[in-house]
Design a protein around this ligand. Structure first.
Ligand code: SF4
Length: 460
């Protein structure tokens, strides 16, 4: 959508996209833009050129601003067991020699980037260990990895270090080791508190392990503990969800993230649907999942938490920040290392080789293991940032105008008029604010901001 398109382009027939009542297979959430299907191996020369340029300014309109911040993402693709709803590339069969080889490759990959001009003397402002299960690594492996990373790109400017953990992998010794690495936010993948739900969905941990790991993590004083839940796992019921939310409230986490269950094609659940000739996944419909998330939000709000995105509540909004999420959404450089990881440097998106052996082969041959890239255009960067930041609930017109040169009300006139017509948002002076109902289903509305050439494709 461009500034030249006006709200008069809207036809009366243009109705909100269907509410996806049943959960069918496919990716539902918008996590990047343009869609991944437009990222291609033939754009690799643009990525290589971007690595050789100094860091970009935050805004081409104001050269006084410091360069864009740098973040660092490290992907650890190992898990104890594959969850039935998992759509990530994970490995459950690697021995310690293979893991050591992987950790060495990640360090070698980071070393290839560390001397490049795009770093420009920056140190990472935020660091994220995702997976897979980063806590699958032993304390020794973690120390070896992070010591090596710190030698290549020091962490002394890092304001946030996030570490994803599966409760069943956390011994007291490992929790102390994770804290001592400098982790500021421990993100616990609890997903549910009911053992039967955990089991039937293929999770490796059980409620006892959650209680033990959480209590010890609290005792040793992580600055922030986030817990993840999933609304709509297989065999979820109203009663079980209410119980799970009550248990989550009782833990008093610093923040809570609640995902709505989606069933992408590469999940065990979809494989089973296919074998049985079913089109609808054996999980709650979207309306029910949204209601369950809303219920969780309301229960947390009753005890003083604030909603700060489509899936998150925080206990103290002044203290609990999500620098990784905000950096990622607002166009920071994200140097990503590890198999299948997604990054963004100097305006160019990239993704690494998605399989273990090709990833290792490239790195061990002294080459960057990048599989595909996409050089974003200025209007695409505006769309991307506006859409992703809207997932936090509201956007400031003035800050987008200062950064991109036009008021979003002009830039996205047609899309914003539609969403307003549908009762999804209001414009309150400087702020463009989503209603709670729209916030919980924002992903299905975001297509209205896509450029026409990106709309006809499946999202992922
Ligand atoms: S723990 Fe997370 S990454 Fe590992 S299989 Fe389960 S959902 Fe996937």
């Amino acid at each position: 959508m461009t500034a030249t398109e006006s709200p008069t382009d809207i036809t009366a027939e243009h109705a909100p996209p269907p509410a996806h009542l049943a959960t069918t297979a496919g990716n539902y959430f918008v996590t990047n833009y343009p869609p991944f299907s437009f990222w291609k191996p033939e754009f690799l020369p643009e990525l290589h050129a971007a690595l050789e340029r100094p860091p970009a300014q935050r805004s081409t309109l104001n050269s006084q601003l410091p360069p864009v911040p740098l973040g660092l993402y490290t992907h650890i693709p190992f898990c104890r067991k594959r969850c039935h709803f998992c759509y990530f590339k994970v490995y459950t069969d690697k021995d310690s020699a293979a893991i050591k080889g992987y950790v060495d490759a990640v360090l070698r990959e980071l070393e290839m980037y560390a001397g490049k001009p795009f770093i420009g003397g920056r140190k990472p402002k935020f660091i994220y260990f995702g997976g897979g299960t980063p806590s699958y690594l032993s304390p020794d492996q973690l120390k070896y990895l992070t010591d090596g990373m710190k030698r290549l790109l020091p962490w002394d400017d890092a304001e946030e270090v996030t570490f994803e953990a599966e409760p069943g992998t956390l011994t007291d010794h490992k929790l102390r080791a994770i804290r001592d690495l400098g982790v500021t936010r421990l993100s616990l993948g609890i997903e549910h508190f009911d053992d039967h739900i955990l089991e039937i969905n293929g999770r490796a941990h059980r409620s006892k392990e959650i209680a033990r790991a959480y209590a010890y993590a609290r005792e040793i004083g992580f600055p922030q503990i986030n817990i993840d839940l999933i609304a709509g796992m297989v065999e979820e019921t109203e009663e079980k969800w209410i119980e799970t939310v009550a248990k989550a409230v009782a833990l008093q986490p610093d923040s809570l993230t609640v995902y709505q269950m989606e069933v992408p094609y590469n999940t065990g659940i979809y494989q089973q649907m296919k074998a049985q000739g079913q089109l609808v996944a054996p999980v709650a419909d979207w309306e029910t999942k949204r209601r369950w998330v809303d219920y969780a939000f309301c229960e947390f709000e009753k005890v003083g938490y604030a909603v700060n995105s489509t899936s998150t509540v925080v206990r103290d909004a002044n203290k609990v920040k999500f620098l990784y999420r905000e950096g990622l959404f607002s166009g920071a450089d994200l140097l990503s290392v590890g198999v299948a990881s997604f990054g963004h440097i100097n305006g160019v998106h990239y993704q690494n080789q998605a399989d273990f052996d090709p990833y290792l082969a490239k790195v061990n041959a002294g080459e960057l293991p990048i599989f595909r890239a996409y050089p974003t255009k200025p209007d695409e960067r505006y769309i991307r940032e506006f859409m992703l930041m809207l997932k936090l609930g509201s956007n400031s017109r003035a800050s987008f105008k200062a950064k991109f040169g036009t008021d979003p009300l002009e830039q996205f006139a047609a899309a914003l008029a539609l969403l307003k017509d549908w009762g999804c948002l209001t414009v309150d002076g400087d702020r463009i604010v989503l209603t709670r109902d729209a916030l919980l289903q924002v992903d299905r509305l975001l297509m209205e901001f896509f450029k026409p050439e990106h709309r006809s494709t499946r999202y992922a």
